[in-house]
Design a protein around this ligand. Structure first.
Ligand code: MLT
Length: 407
């Protein structure tokens, strides 16, 4: 008899975005002529930068010839891409990293989910509430979250509420925690932490020998000064933080798949006997066992985002989506709704009107306006009463959605 991992039957049967897709499909089936505008999942709509497409075509052509053909690549990623990452994403901001501290992957979703493999199940995990559902779900699958209550809150997780009262800035936990998930600019609220606010967390982690899992997938959308692009801008963070990055939202790679994770060499976790162990070595061992690397072609495409043309094209993509975010902010404010985020992030966090619940307002917008959003409650209990708009749609659809909301 094969026993299952029973943690899987404790989590909700469908992943948040799959549940939304199901509801949208049903609405579409019932209303075949409805012109549905999708502002739910943060999936990009503009095509890849030309620089990336050209580089991928060239790389694909190389695969045709025996002299240039490549089979398995290094599990950690090709040196050319890791070098470009170290130079452009870090050295340019005064952060010194070695190439072997960067692990290229197929995206930040996999990495933020898989990273749990190298941590013990008895760690106490802190998660901001609301948060990207992958953090909670993967810890629950691993057995680190304990048992859920009727609000799907887990008894072994420490929730850090982020709401209007605390300006969406998580407060330090009162109990000692070992692993801390922080995502800034934040998914789903679109809000940020200042350097000083992030420094508080680095100091906490140092004092408690905790590890911060810093998801910086949206850093390219930062427009304001004093908002850190990387946690390593904070002194000492290399001793306490793993950082996740993605080409998905930055350069349109949601379908192409490429991201990376930084595990500094000075970062350690502990055995129960108190022996310090380098996490970089553990992650390398994990990746080389379970992952065979991102495709060569895709890595060439990602590398091209760092060329002068690539950078220009990426900048245009980001500006386009940020303008959408501005239109959403303005549109929903005009109808009197409270709005947050959208200045340093492609997400706009909106308080539902008249004390409506998240799913209630989601259903209203879907059924009455044919607009798909994401209900805030799907990101955690503190998200109840809010919905999230994604700014990754077309300009035309974004403007049309705001018109529909105004009507
Ligand atoms: C989101 O909408 O929150 C993201 O697109 C999900 C993801 O990146 O996996």
């Amino acid at each position: 008899m094969a026993y299952i991992n029973e943690n899987f039957i404790k989590i909700p049967p469908t992943y948040l975005f799959s549940e939304i897709a199901k509801r949208v499909e049903q609405h579409k089936a019932e209303n075949p002529s409805a012109k549905i505008i999708r502002m739910g999942i943060g999936d990009v709509t503009l095509p890849l930068p030309d620089a990336s497409v050209d580089a991928m075509i060239k790389a694909a052509e190389e695969q045709r010839h025996v002299e240039t053909f490549r089979g398995y690549g290094p599990e950690q990623g090709y040196e050319f891409l890791r070098q470009a990452i170290v130079e452009n994403d870090f050295r340019a901001r005064g952060i010194k990293l070695d190439v072997d501290e960067v692990f290229v992957s197929d995206g930040a979703k996999s990495d933020t989910g898989n990273i749990g493999d190298i941590f013990g199940v008895d760690n106490r995990v802190a998660i901001t509430d609301p948060s990207y559902p992958v953090y909670v779900d993967t810890n629950a699958m691993a057995g680190r979250a304990g048992e859920p209550n009727e609000f799907n809150e887990w008894d072994k997780l420490t929730y850090l509420p982020c709401n209007e009262n605390n300006n969406f800035v998580p407060q330090l936990p009162t109990e000692k925690v070992d692993m801390i998930y922080l995502c800034y600019p934040n998914n789903p609220t679109g809000t940020t932490l200042s350097k000083q606010q992030l420094r508080t967390w680095v100091e906490y982690a140092k004092a408690n020998r905790s590890i911060i899992l810093f998801d910086a997938a949206y850093e390219a959308f930062i427009t304001e000064e004093n908002v850190p692009h990387s946690i390593y801008e904070i002194e000492g963070a290399k001793e306490v933080a793993i950082e996740f990055r993605s080409f998905s939202k930055t350069a349109g790679f949601t379908g192409t798949r490429c991201g990376y994770t930084v595990v500094p060499k000075e970062l350690v976790g502990y055995t129960h006997q108190g022996e310090a162990v380098a996490l970089n070595k553990l992650w390398l061992r994990r990746q080389s066992t379970k992952f065979n690397g991102t495709s060569y072609i895709v890595q060439r495409g990602a590398e091209a985002t760092f060329t002068p043309e690539g950078r220009k094209q990426v900048k245009q993509l980001i500006e386009y989506y940020l303008e959408n975010a501005r239109i959403i902010r303005e549109g929903v404010s005009k109808v009197g709704l409270k709005v947050f985020g959208g200045v340093n992030a492609p997400y706009v966090w909106v308080k539902a009107p008249e004390n409506m619940g998240s799913w209630e307002y989601f259903d209203y917008l879907l059924k009455q306006k044919n607009i798909v959003t994401t209900p805030g409650a799907g990101f955690g209990r503190s998200g109840e009463g809010y919905i999230r708009f994604s700014a990754f749609g077309s300009r035309e659809n974004t403007m049309e959605a705001m018109e529909r909301i105004k009507r």
